[in-house]
Design a protein around this ligand. Structure first.
Ligand SMILES: [Zn+2]
Length: 285
């Protein structure tokens, strides 16, 4: 399967436009440290897809030789977009693709439902078709814009969140893409995911935060990484190191020490046989 990493940053990117943290400042001083929002280009049996529609999607498509248009004047090889969740940093790029004639969007039903406003906005521009993605639920965390929705309140009233397996609601998923499992947001590591990881030739997973206190320590949130729906690297690296296939972290937040190439944490991961995904990386599977 043809696969190219189009971006490796969490929401905001590195640098984030309104952020002067060491990670973002470092990326302004050293352009080689810049990271676009986490995304992949994949060639599936029925066409080329981008995984998650980030705010950077147009530049990301340009950066991938086999996604460029042609030979006709308005002929794009891009068949559609596959979504892991409905977060804005993973979906706002759908609006950026409004020049398309037609586009297929694959997601879970609940993500499709949350994105109705996007579908409405795009209706006059292009033909959007929706399909189910091959997913494994990994978190029940809703985007903030959907937190107070009538569906969310009905769910809460029914106690759906309190029950074990709140992640089964389909808000955040890992994707099975042939020999690859892609999980840029991972709030839990359930048996079903473990099984898929073991069968995969390559896994690219949530590396948003290095440790659980990072969001609080750096002042970006009052919640821990886990409470934000991201298992930190410290909690997953040992387990990840035992998987048989190739293993990479992606979706790095600008507070993550790994955004500095000189950080000692890179050596620790290398010793465990784990890679940090880089923008533009081509992975042969
Ligand atoms: Zn920053």
């Amino acid at each position: 399967m043809r696969l190219q990493v189009l971006g490796t940053a969490a929401g905001g990117g590195v640098p984030q436009w309104n952020c002067a943290c060491p990670g973002c400042s470092g990326a302004r001083a050293h352009p080689g440290r810049r990271r676009r929002h986490a995304s992949l280009a994949v060639q599936l049996d029925d066409g080329a897809y981008v995984v998650n529609a980030t705010p950077d999607i147009a530049e990301q498509i340009e950066s991938c030789a086999w996604l460029r248009p042609g030979p006709g004047p308005r002929e794009s090889p891009l068949k559609g977009v596959i979504l892991t969740d409905a977060e804005l940093d993973h979906t706002i790029g759908l609006l950026r693709l409004r020049e398309a004639d037609a586009l297929e969007v694959r997601s879970t039903p609940v993500v499709r439902h949350a994105l109705r406003p996007f579908a409405e906005l795009l209706r006059p521009y292009l033909q959007l078709t929706w399909a189910d993605a091959a997913t494994i639920p990994v978190s029940g965390k809703r985007p903030r814009y959907a937190a107070g929705s009538p569906e969310a309140e009905a769910e809460a009233e029914a106690g759906a969140e309190a029950e074990a397996g709140a992640e089964a609601t389909g808000w955040v998923s890992a994707l099975r893409l042939g020999p690859l499992v892609y999980a840029p947001a991972m709030g839990v590591w359930p048996d079903e995911l473990d099984e898929a990881f073991r069968q995969a030739a390559c896994v690219i997973v949530d590396g948003t935060f290095w440790d659980d206190e990072e969001p609080r320590r750096t002042g970006i949130s009052a919640r821990t990484a886990t409470q934000m729906g991201h298992l930190p690297i410290e909690a997953t690296m040992e387990r990840l190191s035992k998987l048989p296939g190739r293993r990479l972290y992606t979706h790095l937040n600008n507070t993550n020490p790994l955004v500095d190439p000189a950080a000692e944490q890179h050596e620790l991961l290398a010793e465990l046989g784990i890679e940090v995904a880089a923008d533009g990386m081509v992975i042969d599977l």
